[in-house]
Design a protein around this ligand. Structure first.
Ligand SMILES: *[C@@H]1O[C@H](CO)[C@@H](O)[C@H](O)[C@H]1NC(C)=O
Length: 429
């Protein structure tokens, strides 16, 4: 009996618990090898000299135990950088956040991935390679398109392979014969187009963070993602012309006819209303908007998401290759930024700025629009009405609201720093 208890105590002393090992103590053999050794919170970084086992950026961690500190629980191996989330949503994979942040940032939401099927063929009895799939043949072929699985690109190890796999899928959706079906076929639900958009955004972000890819990868893929987002919006105006809105955290979509006069965009901890009731139009049109948290591109501490406005005059929205058929007469915009209670105690209105940002996220300019705020109502509005400038790169008119202190280097955490293409050591430089 005593011997048994003794053995039991010895075993208890010697066992390592899931999430407990700091990644730096692990080797290539056990870094991410099993539940006790790094799986879900460590990864082998072969880009380092010498290569080493390192902790995943907090938002990429799957094992919540690795982020815990204090209390009666074993302290986790990732606790110096990360906290466990108070509430774990089952809708996405995130279980940890950066130390002291206290919440999951919407720009870093990870949808669960599945690795069924193929990245370059449909998933059915006789898979059709992406290059020969012709969805003009039948609705059945259109539904086969949706079985091509972009998530599988995550497993690619070289940047060129990752880029070509994702580009092939996006280009398939964008090619004229395919997109014409997606835009006009009554059974084409916008959700499938939206899904490809958010999958590609998530893949681009996470692959960039893990493999520290260069900005050329973003420049190669992002324009195609935005083109597909515009196709999704265009489809929505036909699918459900009086209103359509959808929310996928890393990207949100909305369309509304001009005659409804305003649209409200939901972001994390804020809403933004775009009101054009002072705009006189001589024929109806559609306001199409997608919005996204810019943190996924290393732009931090903004007040609002980036919102891309695509006004279109005419009763039927057409998609054209050059994508510059927006309504440039659209004007008289009143923005109302509303921040949720607890987000900020007050906002210095002299620091609220409206920035315009290019589609590729590389160029940001101050529009010099002036805002006034009402602290008790927690709203800021632009004085006068806003006339959008011609789009900076011929396509989108993308804006966000931010204090002039956004993107302060000392505020960057590791993943944000990598996404901004800066250098991370223990701080961002
Ligand atoms: C702010 O809003 C409150 C409530 O509507 C109003 O009573 C107050 O006059 C407003 N303050 C300013 C400075 O406009």
């Amino acid at each position: 009996m005593f011997v048994l208890i003794f053995i039991f105590i010895i075993t208890l002393q010697a066992s390592t618990y899931v999430g407990q090992s700091p990644c730096s103590t692990l080797t290539i053999a056990n870094c991410g090898a099993n539940a006790h050794n790094g799986e879900g919170w460590c990864y082998w970084d072969s880009l380092l000299t010498p290569p080493a086992c390192v902790t995943l950026p907090c938002y990429l961690i799957d094992e919540v135990a690795a982020c815990r500190a204090g209390g009666s629980l074993i302290t986790g191996g990732a606790f110096t950088e990360c906290d466990s989330l108070d509430t774990i949503s089952l809708e996405y994979d995130n279980v940890c956040c950066d130390k002291g942040l206290g919440k999951l940032s919407h720009g870093l939401v990870r949808f669960p991935m599945n690795f069924d099927g193929y990245v370059d063929s449909t998933n059915n009895d006789i898979p059709t390679p992406i290059s020969v799939l012709d969805i003009t043949i039948s609705v059945k072929e259109m539904f086969k398109l949706y079985t091509i699985n972009p998530w599988l690109a995550y497993k690619e190890l070289s940047e060129s392979q990752f880029e070509s796999k994702l580009k092939a899928i996006l280009e398939k959706y964008l090619e004229q014969s395919t997109r014409d079906v997606l835009l006009t076929e009554p059974k084409s639900h916008p959700f499938y187009i939206e899904r490809t958009v958010y999958q590609c955004l998530q893949l681009l972000r996470d692959w960039t963070v893990i493999h520290k890819s260069s900005d050329s990868l973003r420049y190669a893929i992002l324009p195609k993602i935005w083109s597909l987002a515009l196709i999704a919006l265009t489809r929505m105006t036909k699918f459900q012309p009086n209103y359509y809105q959808s929310h996928h955290y890393i990207i949100n979509f909305a369309i509304i006819p001009y005659f409804k006069n305003y649209i409200k965009i939901l972001g994390q901890g804020h809403t933004l209303t775009i009101d054009w009731s002072s705009f006189f139009y001589n024929s109806n049109g559609f306001m199409m908007v997608y919005s996204y948290p810019p943190e996924q591109f290393g732009i931090i501490n903004t007040y609002t998401d980036v919102f891309c406005i695509r006004p279109f005059q005419g009763s039927t929205v057409t998609y054209i290759e050059s994508e510059n058929n927006y309504d440039s007469s659209f004007s008289q915009i009143k923005f109302t930024y509303y921040w949720l209670e607890g987000t900020y105690s007050s906002i210095d209105e002299t620091k609220v700025k409206l920035f315009q940002i290019t589609d590729d996220t590389s160029t940001i300019t101050d529009t010099l629009v002036v805002f006034t705020c009402n602290q008790s109502q927690r709203i800021c509005t632009n004085t006068g009405n806003f006339q959008p400038a011609p789009p900076l790169d011929g396509k989108g008119q993308n804006y966000f609201l931010a204090p002039d202190t956004y993107n302060s280097l000392s505020d960057f955490k590791r993943a944000q720093c990598i996404l901004a293409y800066k250098t991370w050591t223990t701080v961002c430089t």
